[in-house]
Design a protein around this ligand. Structure first.
Ligand SMILES: *Cc1c(COP(=O)(O)O)cnc(C)c1O
Length: 366
């Protein structure tokens, strides 16, 4: 049987990933790093990403839940894995047993972990979550519950850290500064890990009081703050191929809804990627360009489930089989996100499982 090559694939540049990690380290001025690899390493693939980052020995890998924590431990059996979100009580037992590190948002959680740690005779290290403005999880500062949490001691639970989160680090400098100030005020003196900064936070608000940073997006080469974009390298290059090039006469509609009608006799390339691969249908008709044969050409008509059409009338050298870059080093993922009315985080994490992640391809196929 002949192989069925992927119609769409994502080339993952692990050297770019390492470059971005080093930049995160430099920017955070000596703080320890929690490499945020939730959601399949922002769609880039857990295994290759954590293997590559392990050369830097990050203090933690940050994930959303136990299911994701297991993926990290499959590759790195002794890595410290931090659960960024609130765990489900049914996960507590495995968290204690596997020594994953939860963050605690309520006293019920605290007591439940303590009971399990005692019954398993294992010391569990936990962090306190403090809500300084995100409104998602954590204790509120200056509340009796938070005082109770600070006073809580148990022989089988070690509170080794405290964290908070920044909702507007890339949008509202004044609010973020106030948040950091109130966080620093609330930190008890004996915490080994003090952390609040995501990518935007660590780039813009380095602060001596905090000694652990939690970069996600920037590791994958996209900066939430445009002024730092040039320092980062894109890690994912989302690609497909031209499947056919057709001569379409002036006045013919292209794709569902006939929202695009050729204004001239045209050459239209059909490319094997669509919204079922994670290319949002919402970019349809927004003039988004792809990269092929060393130049740009516009997507025309609606994005369909498995295919898009590209106007290559002005590109005489295009052939069936040519590689098309949807985003990567030549087309920013931010352009796709903007056109879809969303953010690069959502584009990355929306890349479908059927898109093959290929970390072996280096340098990028041109
Ligand atoms: C996802 C997440 C991060 C990483 O955020 P980026 O903006 O991608 O750097 C950091 N901290 C928490 C709590 C998160 O949930």
């Amino acid at each position: 049987m002949h192989d069925s090559p992927p119609r769409a694939w994502a080339e993952i540049d692990l050297e770019a990933l390492k470059h971005n990690y080093r930049f995160a380290q430099e920017q955070s001025g000596g703080a320890a790093v929690m490499a945020v690899v939730k959601a399949n390493a922002y769609g880039h693939g857990y295994a290759k990403v954590v293997q590559a980052l392990e050369e830097f020995s990050p203090a933690f890998y940050g994930v959303a839940n136990v299911r994701e924590a297991r993926e990290v431990r499959k590759v790195l059996p002794t890595a410290r894995v931090y659960l960024l979100g609130i765990a489900n009580p049914s996960e507590y037992e495995e968290i204690v047993h596997s020594d994953f590190t939860p963050c605690i948002s309520c006293m019920e959680g605290f007591h439940a972990y303590a009971t399990l740690a005692e019954s398993q005779q294992r010391v569990l290290k936990v962090h306190l979550a403090l809500d300084t403005g995100m409104g998602r999880g954590g204790f509120l500062p200056d509340t009796p519950e938070f005082s109770e949490a600070l006073a809580f001691t148990h022989p089988w639970v070690e509170v080794e850290g405290i964290g908070s989160h920044l909702p507007v680090a890339d949008e509202d400098e004044e609010f973020t500064r106030q948040q950091i100030t109130s966080f620093v005020k609330a930190i008890p003196p004996d915490m080994s890990f003090r952390h609040i900064a995501n990518s935007a936070g660590l780039m813009k608000f380095q602060t001596q009081a905090l000694n652990l940073v939690r970069p996600g997006l920037m590791l994958y080469g996209v900066s939430p703050l445009p002024e730092y974009q040039a320092a980062l390298k894109p890690v994912m290059r989302l690609c497909s191929r031209v499947s056919i090039i057709r001569d379409i006469p002036k006045g013919q509609g292209v794709s569902y809804g006939r929202t695009f009608v050729t204004k001239r006799d045209s050459k239209i390339a059909t490319v094997g990627i669509g919204y079922a691969d994670g290319l949002p249908r919402a970019i349809s008709g927004k003039g988004v360009e792809v990269w092929l044969n060393g130049t740009r050409a516009p997507i025309v008509g609606r994005v369909t489930m498995d295919q898009i059409m590209v106007d290559v009338t002005d590109l005489p050298q295009v052939h069936a089989g040519d590689v098309v870059e949807i985003f990567g080093p030549n087309v920013s993922v931010i352009q796709i996100a903007d056109a879809a009315g969303t953010i690069p985080w959502e584009i990355f994490t929306g890349i479908a499982p059927r898109v093959v992640r290929n970390a072996e391809v280096r340098p990028f196929v041109s």
